[in-house]
Design a protein around this ligand. Structure first.
Ligand SMILES: Cc1cc2nc3c(=O)[nH]c(=O)nc-3n(C[C@H](O)[C@H](O)[C@H](O)COP(=O)(O)OP(=O)(O)OC[C@H]3O[C@@H](n4cnc5c(N)ncnc54)[C@H](O)[C@@H]3O)c2cc1C
Length: 473
């Protein structure tokens, strides 16, 4: 068996592992990168990229139906499912070179295509190679969590791992799970012409503020999606004509949906199996590998990042964590994670974006907070686009320190960006209020909501008295 000696051995060539490998090798470290499946991991092959490409196709179909309101004759689009699938895979193919074995070998990384597992605290085995390294980085990602649902073993179903391979028309999709992945796929399929029923055991889009998720859900209901929230006793059955029947009980009574296809989108589980973590002295729980604030595992030679470590399972968080471990490993800096400005976006239409503290969390952290709200209906660009459903909500301290921001509406994922900067830089709301925002942009609403922090004081009787006095001079 050949033994390779490197400075850093990265396990998993997804969002996190690729970021470490690219950064560390370009800074002079000798790096081995081990991947057992496709280069690019979940995000490129079965996650962010195909889901956003499918949503883009669905958006075009929806625009055909909605064009009448702009004076342009609308039409029911003819959806060619296999062509839509080709589009999704073209998008993956156009991004794939960035994550490819060739690119990483070009950067001087030793790429090994095999499943990795620890032999002991200092050695990893991958195929017929032993890898010894100064540091290891676990970036093995997560897989769909499939709960034990009665009847699931007797029906075919999609997860994110196979839904993007489907090129057949979907007549009626039943989605189990109303988190971001389930809801994005539900809207995409609805807009492409399928009937869609979503069954959620708890609350739809549970990690976001209900004041904002309500606006997304209303819009989806207007588009014809059917939701069953708070479902219990979920059961699946294959019907005589080959369809799938899903039953559950909610507070509104017994619910049943009979669909042509089923998607299970009930969360993620960390990829810890098969790594022989015990041999390396690495502890983990059902939530993933245990790490400290420097992302070190219980074996100080091994770091863990991305979905396998959590707590935020997003591509941008895997990349952020990659930067932290690079500073720890290469520069010996005690860099720690700071999760005070973690952003996320759900790419439904309208989009739902958030950064920092929610109103509920801010109230736990501070004695007093101010909550600002600004409706998209007050924004002239939103009026021109006929997209007035939307809300910005910002939480500050009484002195104006920005704690959190949430946006629901057209392009919310773009509009949230200045709030991320503001919270990261610990800025006060006055900074946002004093910028000049081009008219008419949706982003002007960010300035307006910031300005509303001062409205009461600015237009008070005290100000009027001062102004009258000054005008006499
Ligand atoms: C449908 C869907 C949509 C999503 N959309 C978004 C989005 O819009 N925005 C966003 O930020 N995030 C999104 N995510 C989440 C995002 O994909 C993940 O957070 C991100 O991919 C995590 O990166 P990672 O490096 O931790 O893991 P991954 O990208 O999954 O990479 C892990 C890699 O490790 C490999 N591996 C595992 N075990 C071994 C082993 N023993 N040996 C060798 N290799 C191994 C795997 O094959 C895989 O390639 C989405 C996820 C899904 C499922």
């Amino acid at each position: 068996m050949e033994t390779i000696h490197v400075d850093i051995c990265v396990i998993g060539a997804g969002s996190g592992g690729l970021s470490v490998a690219a950064g560390a090798s370009q800074m002079g470290a000798r790096v081995a990168l081990i991947e057992k499946s496709e280069m690019g991991g979940d995000c490129l092959n079965t996650g962010c990229v195909p889901s956003k490409a499918l949503l883009a196709a669905a958006h075009v179909a929806h625009t055909c139906r909605e064009s009448g309101q702009f004076g342009i004759q609308s039409a029911e689009p003819l959806v060619d499912w296999s062509a839509v699938n080709r589009h999704v895979h073209q998008v993956i193919a156009s991004i794939a070179p960035n994550d490819s074995q060739e690119r990483f070998e070009g950067l001087g990384v030793t790429v090994i295509r095999a499943a990795a597992s620890f032999r002991d605290r200092d050695t990893v085995i991958a195929g017929d190679q032993l890898i010894r390294a100064k540091y290891f980085v676990l970036a093995t990602g997560s897989s769909p969590f499939v709960p034990p649902i009665e009847g699931l073993d007797r029906v075919p179903y999609f997860t994110n791992e196979n839904i993007f391979s489907n090129s057949e028309p979907v007549q009626h999709l039943i989605v189990i799970g109303g988190g971001p992945i389930g809801i994005e796929m539900a809207q995409a399929h609805r807009r492409l012409g399928a009937k869609v029923t979503v069954m959620e055991m708890a609350r739809l889009l549970m990690k976001d503020d209900p004041e904002l998720t309500k606006i997304v859900i209303q819009r989806l209901q207007q588009e014809g999606l059917e939701f069953h929230e708070g479902g219990r006793d979920l059961r699946l059955e294959k019907t005589g004509d080959g369809k799938i029947a899903a039953y559950c009980n909610t507070d509104a009574g017994a619910q049943c949906a009979t669909g042509s296809h089923l998607l299970i989108a009930t969360g993620r589980r960390a990829n810890v199996n098969g790594l022989n973590l015990e041999a390396a002295g690495i502890t983990y729980s059902p939530h993933g590998v245990d790490v400290d604030a420097r992302l070190r595992t219980s074996n100080r030679k091994v770091f863990a990042i991305g979905d396998v470590a959590g707590p935020y399972q997003f591509t941008h968080m895997a990349a952020y964590q990659a930067g932290i471990v690079i500073r720890n490993m290469l520069f010996k800096l005690p860099a720690k994670v700071d999760y005070s400005a973690v952003p996320w976006v759900t790419y439904t239409d309208p989009e739902l974006a958030h950064v920092g503290l929610s109103e509920a969390d801010a109230l736990k952290a501070e004695k007093e907070v101010r909550v600002l709200r600004w409706s998209f209906a007050e924004n002239d660009r939103a009026q021109a686009e006929k997209r007035t459903e939307g809300l910005i909500k910002v939480i500050t301290t009484p002195k104006g320190l920005i704690l959190g921001a949430s946006i629901v509406g057209l392009h919310a994922g773009e509009l949230i960006q200045p709030w991320i900067l503001a919270i990261t830089q610990k800025m006060k709301i006055g900074a946002m209020a004093s910028m000049i925002a081009p008219y008419p942009t949706l982003a002007e609403a960010n300035k307006r909501i910031a300005g509303s922090f001062y409205t009461e004081k600015l237009f008070s009787s005290a100000t009027r008295r001062v102004v009258r006095l000054l005008l006499k001079i």
